[in-house]
Design a protein around this ligand. Structure first.
Ligand code: HEC
Ligand code: HEC
Length: 329
């Protein structure tokens, strides 16, 4: 009969499609879990106290590692200064991602990893097992010396046993891992060393390669990670801490006379603003970590922002308090 033959044909198409989808799924899984090639940087952790202290300054300061890796308990706006035993969860469209334990524990932390594996992960976004990491961490352009200092500080931590469950990557996540995620690596050959100085060049280094200021204060296309607005033009929405229904809008940090948030701030006022710390209780900006930055590092940032092309975007600086927080409820 006409009808049943259609059914049969449809059935056959269905089985065919299912087979294709299964094959694609297997192929995607294999591609998503493929091993990537990236060099192992020649980084060796040091026991030199000055190197470890530089690492502490970066990890607990501008690089704010503890804000993601720090222990969850007790709850509070900042995880700074807690053991970096991990566990924080990111619920993303691609799955649930969990921040790993980076204390020196042999079983559950980075005690099991070699220095060069950690260095490759931070510089090239390739995990020790050869798979691509999601781009959570912006430190690819750190100088060799700063990367050494950070790893040396991690090695000087006490071990904390805390097993963080694996990520749960959903089918969309597998597709992203298979076809979208390409570990970026450094923008240029990282310098051997980049000594701190109150200059615009050093400010650029903090803003792009240590503090991640750029990814929050610039609009970013979340699918590709590419900039979708002028550099430091602000206007990017960020969820409030522990309250996804409330959003913060990042201010424009360019020197635009009308839209620049820092117009009228002197360099000293900028430094004081950071040393004063958090104003909005649930702002996602890691103020507690940034509060410990040196005056020279903050001056460097201010001088860098002054060199940016002015952008006419972002929340209106004339409505300072009101525009900063836009609530959906
Ligand atoms: C925005 C949150 C965030 C910040 C800030 C952050 N990390 Fe991570 N880190 C993660 C996530 C998420 C992963 C897991 C990535 C993955 O598996 O794709 C990770 C993985 C790691 C790993 C790999 C551990 C392993 O067992 O494979 C190391 C090492 C690490 N981070 C060190 C650091 C250091 C050092 C800093 C600061 C310089 C830092 N992280 C800052 C979120 C963060
Ligand atoms: C996780 C996202 C995020 C990161 C990283 C971030 N910011 Fe922000 N920033 C925000 C948000 C949101 C606001 C508005 C809420 C507030 O003032 O806390 C803000 C506000 C500011 C302000 C205005 C403060 C005021 O009192 O009006 C300055 C200046 C600033 N950020 C500079 C920086 C610099 C410099 C860095 C890097 C060292 C940085 N931000 C990193 C999200 C971020």
């Amino acid at each position: 009969m006409q009808k049943s033959s259609w059914k049969r044909r449809l059935g056959r198409v269905g089985i065919g499609a299912a087979a294709v989808i299964t094959a694609l799924g297997v192929f995607t899984y294999e591609r998503a879990t493929r091993k990537l090639e990236a060099p192992y940087p020649a980084i060796v952790a040091s026991k030199d106290l000055a190197v470890i202290e530089r690492g502490r300054y970066l990890v607990e300061g501008a690089a704010h590692c503890g804000e993601c890796h720090g222990a969850e308990e007790p709850p509070g706006p900042s995880r700074l200064g807690r053991p970096m035993s991990g566990g924080m969860e990111f619920q993303l469209p691609v799955g649930t991602f969990r921040v790993p334990n980076i204390t020196t524990d042999e079983q559950t932390g980075i005690g099991r990893l070699k220095d060069e594996e950690i260095a490759r992960f931070i510089r090239y976004g390739v995990k020790p097992n050869g798979q691509a990491a999601l781009p959570f961490m912006p430190y690819a352009d750190l100088s060799d010396d700063d990367l050494t200092a950070i790893i040396s500080y991690l090695r000087a931590q006490k071990p904390v046993k805390h097993a963080v469950p694996e990520h749960e990557v959903n089918p969309l996540g597998r597709i992203v891992q298979a076809y979208v995620l390409e570990p970026k690596g450094p923008r240029r050959t990282p310098p051997k060393s980049f000594p701190p100085a109150a200059t615009a060049e050093y400010g650029e280094y903090i803003a792009h390669s240590i503090g991640n200021c750029v990814m929050c204060h610039t609009k970013v296309d979340l699918r590709t990670g590419a900039f979708a607005g002028p550099l430091f033009g602000g206007g990017a929405e960020h969820e409030a801490v522990k309250n996804p229904s409330k959003k913060f809008v990042s201010p424009n940090l360019t020197p635009d006379p009308r839209w620049g948030w820092l117009q009228g701030w002197s360099e000293d006022a900028f430094v004081q603003r950071f040393h004063a710390g958090r104003v909005h209780a649930d702002s996602p900006m890691p103020w507690e970590s940034f509060q410990g930055m040196t005056t020279d590092d903050l001056r460097a940032l201010y001088r860098y922002f002054k060199t940016l092309p002015p952008a006419q975007t972002g929340p209106d600086p004339r409505e300072h308090q009101v525009v900063l927080t836009a609530s959906n409820d």
